[in-house]
Design a protein around this ligand. Sequence first.
Ligand code: ATP
Ligand code: MG
Length: 136
Amino acid sequence: MERTFAIVKPDAVKSGKAGQILARIEAAGFTIRGMRLQHLSLKEAEGFYAVHAARPFFGELTQFMSSGPCVLLCLEAPDAIKKWRDTMGATDPAKADAGTLRRDFGMSIGNNATHGSDAPETAAFELGYFFRGMEL
Ligand code: ATP
Ligand code: MG
């Protein structure tokens, strides 16, 4: 078993798609081990996306991620990190495969509905950033 960190981003919560996305998560075979609705501050979003601090879109990204509540999730499944990335699809919804969450719920490369950790090290950092051990 493996755990990964996922976010239903503010765009999807705002447009009332969180429930549908959670249903798709369960239908795909993930077990939800942790879940919390939270409106991130700008500082919290900047800390979470610190690896992207030098990117030109960092300001836009962190403003967006702190623009409204999002759903923070710990998901568990065999090979969960890759499985969740596959379930989300490509970063840009226009390039995401049919049947993926970003294709179905994302509006643009910035407003792309979901986040997922990209490696075991980032999953460990991101889960620890948002969840205490006792919550999982
Ligand atoms: P995430 O980390 O959110 O799961 P990702 O791993 O597919 O997405 P990253 O390269 O880590 O993609 O980029 C982080 C986020 O930054 C993307 O999800 C997207 O919302 C935003 N982003 C990436 N590239 C751009 C861009 N060119 N313009 C605007 N926003 C971008
Ligand atoms: Mg990423």
